[in-house]
Ligand binder design. Structure first.
Ligand code: 5RP
Length: 232
């Protein structure tokens, strides 16, 4: 089974959790897009959902495939969000933001009664941090914010390159008009401490550590699909 087939399997298993009439947060990334494709087939057969997309990219795909959309202001309380992840640990703490949508993804997840993560098994890790942590920052004061992130990380014993994400000829800009610094810490043994201390830096808009948000992870591998539940 190749990577795409695993993503489709995880997405199909997640679809089984979606009920007729649900208000649904719809994630971003290649795995979430497989979910959108499968959802669109059900919608074409008469299944009713109202989706809130977590990015302009996801919104475009939903419109193209006929998945009905609302804004989060129109639907501020959601039944379920299905989204991908860059890393998932055994407690279902996540690193997200590889696709640059972490801010809207976190806002949508926080507005959801339940969050299900879908991924192939390459995303499962013992300790978070091999994937560079995306940190969304305000463009104003970028250099000062970068220094503050470096100092904060250092106090927690973390170091590594802090790279301003690039896209084409320039800096990658998020849907919210911010930049992303990808922090290559290697290992993040204490995600809670890093999360709260990053949140205390004024120029940090949001970061890609998702703590206590996912209730279930649907992980697809060559041997099939398994479900991991959050132990909280
Ligand atoms: C986007 C994300 C994605 O969910 C994450 O990057 C995983 O993407 P993919 O399914 O393509 O591996 O957080 O901001």
């Amino acid at each position: 089974m190749d990577a795409r087939e695993m993503k489709i399997k995880a997405a199909a298993a997640a679809l089984a959790h979606v009920e007729n009439g649900m208000r649904l947060g719809i994630g971003t990334g290649s795995t979430a897009e497989e979910f959108v494709r499968l959802l669109a087939e059900k919608v074409a057969d008469g299944f009713r959902v109202e989706g809130v997309p977590t990015s302009e990219r996801t919104a475009r795909l939903c419109v193209e495939l006929g998945v009905p959309l609302k804004s989060l202001d129109e639907l501020p309380e959601l039944d379920l969000t299905i989204d991908g992840a860059d890393e998932v640990d055994a407690r279902l703490t996540l690193i997200k933001g590889g696709g640059g949508a972490l801010l809207r993804e976190k806002i949508v997840a926080a507005a959801s009664s339940r969050v299900i993560v879908i991924a192939d098994e390459s995303k499962l890790v013992d300790t978070l941090g091999a994937f560079a942590l995306p940190i969304e920052v305000n463009i104003f004061g970028l250099v000062a914010t970068r220094i503050a992130i470096e100092k904060t990380a250092s106090k927690l014993g973390l170091s590594g390159s802090l790279d301003l994400r690039q896209s084409g000829d320039g800096n990658f800009t998020t849907d919210g008009g911010h930049y992303i610094i990808d922090a290559s810490f290697g290992r993040i043994p204490n995600a809670e401490a890093l999360s709260s201390q990053l949140n205390a830096i004024p120029g940090v808009v949001e970061h890609g550590l998702f703590l206590n948000m996912a209730a279930l992870a649907i992980i697809a591998g060559p041997a099939g699909v398994r479900e991991l539940r959050a132990t909280r």
